[in-house]
Ligand binder design. Structure first.
Ligand SMILES: *[C@@H]1O[C@H](CO)[C@@H](O)[C@H](O)[C@H]1NC(C)=O
Ligand SMILES: *[C@@H]1O[C@H](CO)[C@@H](O)[C@H](O)[C@H]1NC(C)=O
Ligand SMILES: *[C@@H]1O[C@H](CO)[C@@H](O)[C@H](O)[C@H]1NC(C)=O
Ligand SMILES: *[C@@H]1O[C@H](CO)[C@@H](O)[C@H](O)[C@H]1NC(C)=O
Ligand SMILES: *[C@@H]1O[C@H](CO)[C@@H](O)[C@H](O)[C@H]1NC(C)=O
Length: 524
């Protein structure tokens, strides 16, 4: 047994590595747990302490498991070995893997640098700012590799605004400059992220509302449409953002065609929105946005349509296909949001995969606590909210979505700031007064996917042979570019054992009650 002291990882203290006969075990900095009455735990990070997690390199013939559970486990590591025996077990559910049956290629996982997230981050002392960024993006964190960044303001800003608000009717966008929110908060946060990220960070940028003079109704929220004479100006408005972020040293990977266009069509939101119906959107993509981007220096930018709830999906494609099929040639795929997922089956994605196999589907926004019946906007320690994330991610991945981007990277104790009082929850809650931040169960839920399923992983088939007396499990599996197989399993019942089967090898896995487990082993 020996110890290695790694000084380069200053923020995470000393890493102890010890070897036993069969495996190397990296001891992570454990969760500083705070139990929340009637809920699960939050992990507390202060200026001198923050839990972390390193991915183990799986060894030949063995597998590594990571478990988080309702009763308080957080990325608990375990190891096991495959059993070459062919004996079938009579009484256990078996998950059988078929690594040669392949589906979508993963783009990534991430969260959003809204004005509010960046402002909250900046209120922390420097040590905690560093911990927060590392917790999400570094090798000792969740290894997020995607971000969503608003173009101008959203409700998660301290006030409503857009770029080039004056002069009015300015088709040349002669006064287009980034806001203090970009230069003081968002850009510094994104740059810190880019420094520690383990893969290129793919940024999806989105407009909530253009300046009022482009709109039929002179308000940021409520009902409004884009005035026809500004169709080209609104396309240029997007290109200018990409140019200015590029000049600030930040590459934009993709844009969506406006956040939740249904809101502005039916006056559903009190905050920044712009209504679009599908045929107008088709015209705008075909005549303005598509050509503007494809003829620019940023012609390879991903164009993602939709950016709205699941229910709009098959309809969007049907209308577009019948009215503006050429607009579809400009788009790389469609973006979807989380908020109706409990009411609309994911099967709606099937039609898209069948009729438009060349288009990707990406989940671009999700949060808990947004519904009126969710009285507590921030619910510390909630396992139910983590479970909602896990179930949704598993479902989306099993319907060929290529990634999943969470909403605000961090919020304050009240779920804000938010100028429209639309407070919600976040995987990291910042407590400025106590100089600490709290990692919610949702943070670990994200990590069970983001850390172990890197970009370019390919989903593979899993067949569940359910034992008669047991309930269904939820699961997904990938072959990764690291030449490993990663399986994520959610067990919503009591503690149980299952069989994992890969060709002629079998392993017994003990799943904790109400737990999520990530399993990784070499693809041999
Ligand atoms: C930070 O957290 C650690 C671990 O919980 C604790 O031991 C330490 O006292 C805390 N430091 C401060 C300044 O609160
Ligand atoms: C915890 O749950 C019990 C029983 O449901 C309830 O009486 C109690 O008020 C709850 N405590 C808190 C802090 O919510
Ligand atoms: C291998 O499987 C057999 C039959 O199920 C079992 O008796 C044995 O304990 C297993 N060995 C290991 C190392 O799991
Ligand atoms: C901009 O256009 C609107 C509508 O045509 C008009 O009412 C307004 O006066 C114009 N503003 C300026 C500064 O010209
Ligand atoms: C900015 O754009 C130019 C031209 O497309 C490109 O060469 C350069 O790498 C970009 N810079 C960043 C930071 O992405």
């Amino acid at each position: 047994m020996f110890f290695i002291f790694n000084n380069s990882m200053k923020c995470f203290g000393l890493i102890f590595i010890l070897t036993t006969f069969t495996y190397i075990l990296a001891v992570d900095i454990p969760c500083a747990e705070r139990r929340i009455p009637n809920e699960s735990v939050v992990c507390v990070c202060n200026t001198s302490y923050c839990d972390d997690i390193t991915r183990e390199i799986p060894l030949k013939g063995a597998f590594v498991t990571y478990t988080s559970s309702k009763d308080g486990l957080r990325f608990k590591k375990d190891r096991g070995t495959w059993n070459v025996s062919h004996i079938e077990s009579c009484c256990l559910t078996t998950l059988e893997l078929f690594p040669t049956i392949k589906y979508q290629i993963v783009e990534g996982f991430g969260g959003a640098v809204t004005d509010s997230a960046a402002i909250n981050w900046k209120t922390l002392p420097l040590e905690l700012q560093d911990y927060l960024i590392r917790s999400y993006f570094s090798k000792n964190g969740l290894e997020y590799n995607m971000l969503r960044v608003p173009i101008g303001g959203t409700d998660f800003s301290t006030h409503a605004y857009a770029y080039n608000e004056s002069p009015e009717n300015d088709t040349h966008l002669s006064n287009y400059k980034l806001a203090p929110e970009d230069t003081l908060y968002k850009i510094p946060m994104i740059k810190s992220i880019m420094q520690v990220a383990t893969a290129p960070v793919h940024i999806v940028a989105t407009t909530w509302s253009p300046p009022l003079w482009m709109k039929t109704h002179q308000t940021y929220g409520g009902y409004s449409r884009l005035k026809r004479q500004y169709y080209q100006t609104y396309a240029d408005y997007h290109l200018k953002f990409i140019e200015q972020y590029n000049q600030s040293g930040i590459p934009v990977w993709g844009i969506t065609t406006t956040n939740e266009p249904i809101n502005g069509l039916f006056s559903l939101a009190s905050f920044n929105s712009l209504g679009w119906d599908i045929t107008e959107m088709g015209e705008w993509i075909l005549n303005n946005l598509g050509p503007t981007i494809r003829k620019s220096a940023f012609k390879d930018l991903k164009l993602l349509a939709g950016d709205d709830q699941r229910a709009t999906i098959p309809y969007w494609f049907n209308v577009m296909f019948s009215r503006y099929p050429k607009a579809l040639d400009y788009i790389d795929g469609i973006a979807v949001h989380y908020y109706t997922d409990k009411f609309v089956p994911a099967a709606v994605f099937k039609a898209v995969t069948l009729t438009h196999p060349d288009k990707i589907i990406l989940s671009t926004e999700a949060c808990e606590g947004s519904f009126p019946w969710q009285k507590e906007k921030v619910l510390l320690g909630s396992w139910d909210r983590a479970k909602s994330y896990i179930e949704d991610i598993l479902e989306d991945l099993n319907y060929n979505l290529v990634g999943w981007i969470d909403w605000n990277l961090c919020l304050n104790m009240g779920g804000g700031p938010n100028w429209a009082a639309n407070y919600v929850d976040s995987p990291i809650i910042v407590d400025k007064d106590k100089q600490e931040f709290l990692k919610q169960p949702m943070y670990y839920a994200m990590g069970h996917f983001s850390k172990f399923i890197p970009r370019d992983s390919i989903r593979i088939k899993v067949l569940e042979k359910k034992h008669f007396f047991t309930s269904h499990l939820r699961h997904v599996a990938f072959v990764t570019p690291k030449n490993t197989i990663v399986v994520v399993v959610y067990n919503d019942g009591q503690t149980r054992s299952i069989r994992l089967k890969n060709r002629n090898k079998q392993a017994t896995l003990n799943l904790k009650a109400h737990s999520v487990t990530t399993i990784e082993f070499l693809y041999e």
